[in-house]
Design a protein around this ligand. Structure first.
Ligand SMILES: [Zn+2]
Length: 318
């Protein structure tokens, strides 16, 4: 077996990211705990392969135990919306990038939560049992030399460490939220603007969001799964992809990245705004001069997207 070189170029990381579930050569669908091989061919081309195809590698960068993504990816053409106040829109254009807020700054205090605090004892019990078993059964060739009380102490320490990591991940996880829908939403206008008459919505697609962010393999884009937290918990690695059922109306798709060094409450990630912004809509309560103003601002920042009035102001006939 080739020694791992840990040489991960952006092209290789992007290839593995985009083909995550399948072998790049034979299209085999990976199962949990399969090995995926990342490396390079004889000609230096990046490859992401299953065990069977790994002979094609001239250099192995890394091998991973395959883990399915903790989120679903919408269809590339799925429409995504972001409703905002006009000032936020101007901030987007003038900064030239999308603002990603750190998870601990969200109004929803359950961002990154595993479940309800009052159900924590069940969670603790499960993981204490899991850690005790893991300590008792070390890998082959090793022997467990701990007494029962030492095992218990170690298990409790691991549980505390896991809780501390969960807390700190909230500061290190940065999120940009979108509403997935084919249509404009009356409710979202109200929910995401503080002054409805001057609100703006931008529409993009899942593919355009990914492309505008530079096809960055460090930014995951996926759907939130809504969870009945009374009966279940979010997993250790998927808590930023789970929300309570009471948020289901948001139909959220989010882009997420981690930054373990950033101390800020948010980060602007530069993106190609003309790829990101496919359409701009102004609020159903906006006066006609407001459409002209948004058009004028777009011109100043060389944004090519068309500005349209809200579809909600169409006149009915009876
Ligand atoms: Zn294969």
């Amino acid at each position: 077996m080739l020694k791992m070189t840990h040489r991960l170029t952006t092209e290789l990381r992007r290839l593995a990211f985009e083909h995550h579930d399948h072998c790049f050569s034979c299209n085999y669908k990976f199962k949990e705990a399969d090995t995926s091989h990342l490396g390079y061919s004889q000609n230096g081309e990046p490859l992401y392969l299953c065990d069977g195809c790994s002979k094609q590698l001239k250099e192995t960068a890394v091998r991973y135990y395959f883990k399915p993504r903790p989120y679903e990816i919408p269809d590339p053409s799925s429409k995504l919306w972001r409703y905002m106040d006009f000032t936020k829109y101007v901030a987007l254009l003038s900064s030239g990038g999308l603002y990603f807020a750190s998870a601990d700054c969200f109004e929803d205090t359950f961002e990154g939560a595993k479940g309800f605090r009052r159900n924590k004892s069940r969670w603790d019990e499960y993981y204490l049992k899991f850690f005790r078993e893991a300590i008792k059964s070390p890998p082959e060739g090793h022997e467990c030399k701990f007494s029962d009380s030492e095992i218990d102490e170690q298990a409790h320490k691991l549980l505390r460490d896991m809780g501390a990591v969960g807390e700190s991940r909230r500061k290190q996880t940065f999120i940009s939220c979108w509403h997935e829908s084919e249509y404009e939403s009356e409710a979202m206008w109200r929910l995401y603007s503080s002054f409805l008459a001057n609100a703006v919505a931008i529409r993009t697609s899942c593919q355009s969001l990914y492309t505008a962010l530079g096809r960055n393999p460090s930014i995951d884009i996926g759907r939130i799964k809504y969870l009945d937290m009374e009966r279940s918990y979010a997993g250790v690695n998927d808590s930023f992809w789970r929300k309570r059922r009471s948020f289901e109306h948001e139909r959220e798709v989010r882009a997420i990245f981690s930054d373990f060094r950033c101390q800020e409450s948010g980060k602007i990630t530069l993106c190609d705004l003309n790829v990101l912004i496919e359409d701009v809509f102004v609020s159903p309560l906006a006066p006609s001069w407001f459409v002209a103003l948004v058009n004028d601002i777009n011109d100043k920042y060389s944004i090519k997207a068309k500005v349209s009035p809200s579809e909600l102001v169409e006149e009915p006939f009876f």
